[in-house]
Ligand binder design. Structure first.
Ligand code: PNS
Length: 167
């Protein structure tokens, strides 16, 4: 069984993340969505809130979705990603790639992870065109300034985002 770890901040999960999870399920039997729990990095949502939103966003009611949901786990991790991968017995880190701007950051992380643990490979999935420019940071910024972003995030996330921002 091939397991991939899909790590990130997910603050909050966007449609872009959901798309990467769905595409990842074509290639991997199981995906563990791993939310970074980093007390030094300030986040809008708590780790538990982020986990809950991810769970709500993956799979809904149909049989097909149930099967899909059973292949996706949501967890949090602290410390080094490669240590977490080893702990879970996973040899693949899954990351999404959007515009060129992501490339350098992703290259650095993939190389650092390879340096730390040569047995773990990072694999990338290209974001689809609808989500090419969607990021959690831009979604938060636009929402803070009064923008309408609910079509860029899963249905349950929009109301939580606006509530968190006092809108
Ligand atoms: O969604 P993000 O914020 O781009 O995700 C970044 C993440 C969580 C993948 C990255 O910060 C990470 O893996 N942090 C864990 C610490 C670590 O292993 N650092 C060394 C490799 S860069």
């Amino acid at each position: 069984m091939t397991t991939a770890i899909y790590p990130g901040s997910f603050d909050p999960i966007t449609n872009g993340h959901v798309c990467i999870i769905e595409s990842g399920l074509v290639a991997f039997d199981r995906i563990i969505v791993a939310v970074l729990s980093n007390p030094r990095k300030s986040a809008l949502f708590t780790v538990n809130e982020r986990i809950e939103m991810i769970r709500e966003s993956v799979g809904k009611t149909s049989d097909k979705d149930e099967v899909r949901r059973s292949r996706v786990e949501v967890d949090s991790f602290e410390g080094l990603l490669v240590d977490y991968c080893n702990q879970k017995g996973a040899r693949v880190v899954l990351r999404g790639l959007r515009a060129v701007a992501d490339f350098e950051y992703e290259l650095q992380m993939a190389n650092m992870n390879r340096h730390l643990e040569p047995n773990i490979e990072t694999m990338f999935i290209m974001a689809n065109d609808a989500n090419f420019y969607v990021s959690s940071n831009l979604v938060k910024e636009a929402a803070k300034l009064g923008g309408e972003v609910s079509r860029l995030v899963p249905p349950s996330v929009g109301p939580k985002l606006y509530a968190k921002l006092g809108r």
